[in-house]
Design a protein around this ligand. Structure first.
Ligand code: G
Ligand code: G
Ligand code: MN
Ligand code: NA
Length: 247
């Protein structure tokens, strides 16, 4: 497969980059976190969107070396930002999480970068939690014991089962941007966002809204008690040196 080969080459030739999108505390306005998002500029293909190549990487398995590169690179960056008190959120694919030594890979990257696990949050998808729940539980407990934070990405869009909210040692839910997009005009979206916020707090979880693009959405989320937001209203994902200027 052509794209698969291009991705392997891109890894070898260090063509992937990580950008960082700020996560902002809605009470204080402070930047409290950054989601690492992969970017790829290929000479022949131009900018290739992760929405395009990540699913292919998941199909072919090349997500494993790519995902491990993302982990290592984001953790090295987090180590440089230690004094800034921000948490780096890292996306984890199901296949990557299923590696039998996934916990050791995370732990080794933290040790190599001399970084406290408390600065790292892993963004899990609902599919990670439903595939082999016993294995997932074991790994998540080990990660939580290590001190890494755990969040559910795109909450509410996957094969949701509320069962895992009580079984797994989670820290945060990320409200999928599809529920934020039409708030506060769409009554169903308002109800869904409010319900996720209340559910999170009742379970002692933090909650962040993704894809916040307007002042109206932000005002609604503050009013509904949401803890954090992420979205173009504040900033898109940007290179590390630009992110530093925001801190
Ligand atoms: O950054 P956004 O631009 O276009 O990302 C598109 C999709 O790719 C999102 O679903 C996002 O979660 C995913 N994605 C971006 N970076 C990474 C990454 O480093 N690892 C994984 N597994 N997914 C990523
Ligand atoms: O699936 P995940 O939540 O990891 O995906 C993050 C994706 O959302 C990336 O593609 C990122 O570029 C995109 N994104 C971030 N902020 C916004 C926003 O305010 N609006 C929209 N439409 N997309 C956003
Ligand atoms: Mn994400
Ligand atoms: Na999302």
């Amino acid at each position: 497969m052509k794209l698969d080969h291009a991705m392997r080459l891109a890894l070898e030739q260090q063509q992937f980059k990580l950008y960082y999108q700020p996560q902002v505390d809605l009470k204080t306005g402070a930047i409290v976190g950054a989601e690492a998002l992969i970017r790829w500029h290929d000479e022949a293909l131009g900018n290739v969107s992760p929405a395009h190549f990540i699913p292919v990487a998941e199909e072919t398995g090349v997500i494993i070396p790519i995902g491990n590169w993302v982990l290592k690179t984001a953790i090295e960056q987090a180590s440089q930002w230690k004094s800034k008190n921000i948490i780096i959120a890292i996306n984890v694919s199901a296949l990557q999480f299923q590696q039998s030594n996934f916990v050791e890979i995370v732990s080794a990257a933290l040790q190599a970068a001399e970084l406290s696990p408390a600065f790292v949050e892993l963004e899990l998808t609902e599919s990670i939690l439903i595939n082999d729940a016993e294995d997932a539980l074991q790994k998540l407990q080990a990660l939580a014991t290590l001190g890494v934070k755990l969040s559910i990405d795109d909450f509410g869009t996957g094969y949701s089962s509320l069962n895992y909210l009580k079984r797994f040692p989670l820290n945060k839910l990320k409200i999928d941007r599809s529920f934020v997009q039409e708030a506060p005009d769409n009554d169903s979206d308002v109800a869904i966002c409010s319900a996720i916020i209340n559910l999170s707090h009742a379970l002692n979880l933090k909650v962040i809204a993704e894809g916040v693009e307007t002042e109206e959405q932000k005002a609604f989320l503050i009013d509904a008690g949401c803890d954090e937001m992420q979205g173009y209203l504040f900033s898109p994902a940007i290179p590390a040196d630009e992110f530093e200027k925001l801190l």
